[in-house]
Write a protein that binds this ligand. Structure first.
Ligand code: F0G
Length: 458
């Protein structure tokens, strides 16, 4: 019998009850939260697709590891387990643990960016760009044009556009480029992967110009699985082999441990260069904690080490991506405008097409995320103009071409029936799309505004 990746490759041992609420309750909750799904109380949410970050279910083996936390200040045995797991899965020489991904982004940005230097990347990520800009770096998007088109079905919409990258090198000079960041997968493009061929070519071009390649390895295992499924020549290689090959096309990695590794907290920076490791280990004690814990408890490092090895198995990633595809295909069958192909970590709805009467200046994706919660208790996240924020120099709002809400799938948390409920809720809301009303922003924080901004109905 053929293996069905949608069937859970685990059984349920412990459950967390969900609260059912009615529309009037949710209307009040959403208004009090300033129409920002980040400001809702989680207990008021029925199905929580805000993020796949730290919201994953750990395995019995990870929970067993929690009891084996060595909470020594220095030299915890769990650090050495984490280091061994990182060597096995990713293959970098040096590990610098951090409390989560942005801690690693801070270390790498501080170590490698001189103010005024350019930092190309395959589309921005919020925290990554924020740390680059805090160091005086200038982010330049060098992703392929297809990534900005929700309906283009190129299987590798995360790829770097080599012409854009080369043009930047020729225009500003390699010495004015701090490094290139490559997100695998590209979160804000819809979880789109980068091909091995593209990684290899970018690495060659970068090496020829003395530019370091920094991999944002946050969802690198998903990227490896999508290479196995989509790129010629990889179908017989394991996720782990592909991951190691991806990392061999880079010099440095930053990683949020809260995604692929089925953990609730954690992260790391990794590199091959001895001097860079020394410099990051020197800074980690200022910002995170000693170099053998980096802001994590020993038990958290153990859960991450075990989760890393577990997640790197082909059938685990196959199930992970099958859940996204299941939800995506249900929505496609009902003609809901979603970003295609369906990405690794969730489904992104094209809010401009869903609500054509609400302009981007009235935060159409923010409206859709709020309406979906009020309609059904399902929580999603805005990934559009609010997330994109303002230009660091001019203060003008960025206007991203992709204005989406993200239905992000926590790992091992929800079942097929939950995804059926989510799809039905979205299909019902689409039928009422003429009723949608825009929002105005009434509070805007200075940094990463999407987390805390507040809105009112126009
Ligand atoms: N890079 C990517 C691609 C991410 O998706 C995230 C986090 C980070 C870096 C930062 O890691 O949160 O551990 O500090 N993404 C979460 C999300 C917040 O919801 O997509 P962190």
């Amino acid at each position: 019998m053929k293996f069905n990746p949608m069937a859970e490759p685990y059984k349920i041992k412990m459950v967390e009850p969900l609260k059912m609420t009615d529309r009037a309750y949710r209307e009040k909750a959403m208004k009090e939260a300033g129409y920002n799904t980040f400001l809702l109380r989680s207990e008021d949410v029925y199905i929580d697709l805000l993020t796949d970050s730290g919201t994953n279910a750990m395995s019995e083996n990870q929970w067993a590891g929690i009891m084996l936390g060595d909470e020594a200040y220095a030299g915890s045995k769990n650090y050495y387990h984490l280091e061994a797991a990182m060597h096995d899965c990713f293959g970098y020489k040096h590990l610098v643990p951090t409390h989560q991904g942005r801690g690693a982004e801070n270390l790498v940005s501080q170590a490698l960016i001189k103010a005024g230097q350019y930092v190309p990347g395959n589309m921005y990520f919020t925290t990554t760009r924020a740390h680059q800009e805090l160091q005086g770096g200038i982010f330049v998007d060098v992703i392929v044009d297809e990534a900005h088109d929700p309906y283009n079905t190129n299987p590798f919409k995360g790829n770097v556009d080599l012409n854009k990258y080369e043009q930047l090198i020729n225009k500003v000079g390699a010495k004015n480029i701090a490094y290139i960041t490559i997100g695998v997968t590209v979160n804000l493009a819809g979880g789109q992967p980068v091909s091995m061929e593209n990684l290899r070519t970018v690495y060659k071009l970068s090496q020829a110009n003395g530019i370091k390649v920094v991999l944002d390895a946050t969802r690198a295992m998903e990227n490896a699985y999508l290479i196995q499924q989509r790129e010629p020549g990889y179908k017989d290689k394991s996720v782990k082999e592909i991951l190691r090959e991806m990392c061999s096309c880079s010099d440095v990695a930053t990683c949020s441990g809260k995604k692929d590794f089925h953990t609730n907290i954690g992260g790391f920076a990794a590199c091959n260069d001895d001097d860079l490791a020394v410099s990051m280990r020197n800074m980690v004690v200022v910002y995170e904690g000693l170099q053998t814990y980096g802001g994590m408890a020993g038990r958290d490092m153990e859960a991450m080490a075990r989760g890393m090895l577990e997640a790197c198995q082909d059938h685990v990633m196959a199930h992970r991506v099958a859940q996204s595809e299941y939800l995506g295909n249900k929505l496609l069958a009902a003609d809901i405008p979603i970003v295609r192909p369906v990405g690794g970590h969730g489904v992104f709805i094209d809010a401009k097409a869903f609500y054509p009467t609400v302009p981007q200046s009235q935060y159409v994706a923010q409206v859709l995320a709020a309406d979906l919660y009020v309609h059904s208790g399902v929580r999603s996240m805005e990934r559009g103009i609010v997330s994109a924020g303002r230009d660091a120099k001019t203060g003008e709002e960025h206007h991203p071409k992709l204005e989406t809400i993200r239905l992000t799938i926590p790992r091992r948390v929800y079942t097929q029936s939950h995804f059926d409920v989510v799809a039905d809720a979205i299909i019902e809301l689409y039928q009422e799309r003429d009723k949608a009303r825009g929002l105005k922003m009434v509070y805007e924080p200075k940094y990463l505004r999407f987390f805390q901004a507040r809105f009112e109905k126009i």
